[in-house]
Ligand binder design. Structure first.
Ligand code: ATP
Ligand code: MG
Ligand code: MG
Ligand code: MG
Length: 561
């Protein structure tokens, strides 16, 4: 590629709207342009990087037996109604209607679609296990799209779904994907950690997030350098701190009768500290009801899809679930039973969108009437794990870091297959639900994360595997024919050796070209100037280390590169 032809309109100034470095640098390097909040065009340099990440992802998915397909982005509401998620998904779902007023959404994820796809065609245990994936745009109307490609409303995701006969099979598939993800992020040249994760809104239990370590990361992780423990700090353990006595409860009732706001209830429960999540457990006649409440509203907004931002009920039995569901509408007012999904067999989760989306300032407790609806039993406190807290596995002091969630793997078990009646016949001819897992990688977010992790004051420093080009050849003066011819020769030798290169044949001052080269972040910069002509030496500078070497034109400099 010649720089005179390359469509990479670089900017000298940092656009004011860009808060994080990856967003600033992608705008400045002429890689992306904004179409609307959270919606971007990928220019040629960005598209090359994205395709490289996609290729790595494809190779690793295929290596584990994944088969690529492509499902529609437009999804009919009926599918989502079958699993109950049409109501549950909330404002994050982009919804649309066709000319006949039929409802559709733009796929934020594809569990429903893929389960409906395989339920017709997978009949027998002989067809299992099965792993299907796609790489495609996803649509989520995030409340706060920001940080460029990190939190877009249209973004590229790889999503793979596994189908197994039983939980042992799921364990195998899950392990394969965990390993594949480790390979993907290692091959992309990223420093990352797989951490135990909250299984969040998608459901299921058993989940890991792959966190690219970067200061700008929205997630906090805790890890132990002695054992292998690593977790999203929000997957904190419950630590009972206090029994709630009847008298305290009646006090709430007495002093603030009727409808309560979270502030009122918080005042009694002492929920004030920023990083504290309170769990209130209510003993109902038939089981234990556990409600998570978070005092920190700002975090609520960010974590809408997260356990922390929502109300969770953990129940002992099916009876208890029913009891709780009966209680729910009176308990949180605007949320109805249709907003409840069964996450795992013993857990019911109220989706955060319904709870906080409508009341994003934390008024979960509208119309709460604990005396009437529930009898309080225990209060427990979850404190987020902090630096130097004892490791839950080995007791050594944990460390903390910030991370960008670039991927996540989930065990879904039979949540979707049961809801959508996706079954198979086992060896004995018995009908069983498919046991599922789902596995996502944010391809466009991974590109941004790579920049967050690899940059300096001059620009991007691409890991070689995902760099848009490996090298740039810069003739100091293109008006000097000898320099230009030599540059052409070097460029064509690089190209034929498979080193993807750009020849900066623009009639610009060398300073301008060097600045652009650093900004765009080519791993190698090869300068052709008077020294090259006079001493027959090519100057090769490594972007990452700043190290400069001079290679003799007489030698096999391509191999040396
Ligand atoms: P987050 O916690 O950041 O909102 P998520 O947990 O909702 O992400 P998943 O449903 O696990 O996301 O989707 C799989 C992957 O898709 C994520 O790990 C992330 O890399 C990517 N992703 C999710 N939301 C976005 C977004 N708005 N913009 C870009 N990438 C995203
Ligand atoms: Mg999300
Ligand atoms: Mg997440
Ligand atoms: Mg996730």
């Amino acid at each position: 590629m010649r720089a005179t032809q390359l469509y990479a309109p670089t900017l000298r100034e940092t656009p004011a709207e860009a808060e994080v470095i990856s967003h600033q640098l992608m705008l400045r390097a002429g890689m992306i342009r904004k179409a609307a909040g959270g919606v971007y065009s990928y220019l040629p340099l960005a598209w090359r990087v994205l395709r490289k990440i996609e290729d790595i992802v494809r190779e690793e998915m295929d290596a584990k037996g994944g088969q690529e397909l492509l499902m529609p982005i437009i999804q009919p509401a009926e599918l989502w109604q079958e699993t109950g998620r049409w109501d549950v998904y909330g404002d994050e779902m982009f919804r649309l209607q066709d000319r006949h007023n039929r409802n559709f959404c733009l796929g934020p994820t594809h569990e429903e679609m893929i389960t409906a796809l395989v339920r017709f065609d997978v009949r027998s245990y002989r067809q299992l296990p099965l792993m299907l994936y796609q790489i495609q745009n996803k649509y989520r109307d995030e409340i706060r799209p920001r940080f460029g490609l990190m939190r877009g409303r249209e973004f590229i995701m790889k999503d793979l779904y596994s189908f197994d006969r039983d939980e042992q099979g799921l364990d195998v598939s899950y392990r394969k994907m965990y390993d594949a993800y480790t390979n993907v992020f290692s091959r992309c040249g990223l420093t990352f950690r797989a951490v135990e994760a909250d299984s969040g809104a998608i459901g299921g239990s058993g989940s890991h997030e792959f966190m690219v370590i970067a200061e700008s990361g929205e997630a906090a992780i805790a890890y132990c350098s002695v054992c292998d423990y690593a977790a999203n700090v929000e997957k904190a353990e419950l630590k009972p701190i206090q029994q709630m006595h009847e008298t305290q409860m009646s006090l709430i009732e007495k002093e603030t009768p009727g409808t309560k706001t979270i502030e009122e209830v918080s005042a009694f429960l002492g929920i004030t500290a920023d990083k504290t999540i309170k769990t209130i457990a209510y003993q109902t006649e038939k089981g234990l009801v556990l409600a998570l409440v978070r005092g920190d509203h700002a975090v609520n907004e960010i974590k809408l899809q997260n356990k922390l931002g929502c109300l969770q009920l953990e129940l002992a039995s099916e009876d208890a679930i029913n009891t709780a569901l009966d209680c729910v509408p009176g308990y949180i007012g605007p949320v109805g039973a249709s907003n409840v999904t069964v996450v795992a067999d013993e857990t019911v989760m109220l989706m955060s969108n319904a709870v906080c989306g409508a009341n994003s300032r934390g008024k979960h407790y509208l119309h709460v009437n604990p005396g009437r609806d529930f009898k309080p039993a225990i209060i427990t406190d979850i404190r987020l794990i902090q630096e130097n807290d004892p490791c839950p596995h080995c007791g050594q002091a944990v460390k903390t870091a910030r991370g960008i969630e670039a991927g996540q793997v989930f065990k879904l078990f039979t949540k979707y297959s049961k809801a959508l009646q996706a079954t198979y016949l086992d060896e004995n001819g018995k009908e069983k639900p498919l046991v599922m897992g789902c596995y996502g990688i944010g391809v466009s977010r991974t590109m941004a994360a790579a920049i967050e992790q690899n940059n300096d004051e001059h620009g991007i420093i691409w890991p070689a595997a995902i760099a848009p080009y490996h090298a740039v050849v810069v003739p100091i003066n293109v008006k000097d024919n000898v320099q230009l011819e030599l540059s052409e020769a070097v460029y064509s030798r690089l190209q034929s050796a498979g080193i993807e290169s750009v020849l900066d044949d623009r009639n610009e001052r060398p300073g301008v070209k060097f600045k652009d080269a650093d900004l765009i972040g080519y791993p190698l910069k090869i300068t052709v100037g008077p020294k090259t002509i006079n001493e027959q030496l090519l100057e090769v500078k490594v972007r990452k280390t700043g190290e400069t070497t001079f290679l003799s034109l007489a030698d096999d400099y391509i191999t040396a590169i």
